[in-house]
Design a protein around this ligand. Structure first.
Ligand code: MG
Length: 172
């Protein structure tokens, strides 16, 4: 079975923390109103920067991985993000609870990522991964796992895609 590639949106695909209000090179600006976007003080839609090259990079990895959304956008990533990147609808992790409690100082997603992955190897790209998540996964996951922390000011880049391709080749 192919390893999973678990994909976060905000950070890896949308480098939301890039220089304030300045669109990073290679990205286009989109305005979106996903269901979860309920900024009460502003009725402005959410600004999302996307890099169309990311779609091709992810599709190239789809030969080696099963692509899965691992984002608070949940299934809405298929409506708002995937089409801009030329991605087909992907499975997604349906978090039982978001931003809730998490064991041992881990990121709240980590516990559910392990449940979803079961005994399959997985790579995970997210801007909120820390050493505590790596340790937690190392101790509990029965297969290989690659936790890649992506800088939310930069997003996914060439070196990240190369590392993902190399890891899948080595794992399978
Ligand atoms: Mg994120």
């Amino acid at each position: 079975m192919k390893p999973l590639l678990l994909i976060d949106v905000d950070g890896p695909l949308n480098p939301y923390a890039a220089k304030p209000r300045r669109r990073p090179e290679g990205y286009t600006t989109h305005r979106m109103r996903p269901t979860g976007w309920t900024e009460p003080e502003s009725r402005k839609p959410l600004r999302v920067w996307l890099n169309h090259g990311h779609g091709a990079e992810l599709l190239a990895l789809a030969g080696a991985y099963e692509l899965v959304w691992a984002t608070t956008w949940k299934d809405e990533a298929n409506d708002w993000i995937g089409p801009h990147l030329g991605l087909p609808r992907l499975p997604f992790i349906d978090w039982p609870r978001m931003h809730g409690r998490a064991p041992r100082g881990t990121f709240w997603k980590t516990q559910y990522v392990l449940e979803y992955a079961g005994d399959r190897p997985f790579a995970w790209v997210d801007d909120d991964i820390t050493a505590l998540d790596r340790e937690y996964v190392d101790q509990r996951h029965p297969a290989r796992a690659l936790l890649m922390r992506i800088d939310e000011r930069v997003g996914l880049g060439r070196a990240d895609f190369d590392a993902l391709a190399a890891w899948a080749a080595w794992t399978t």
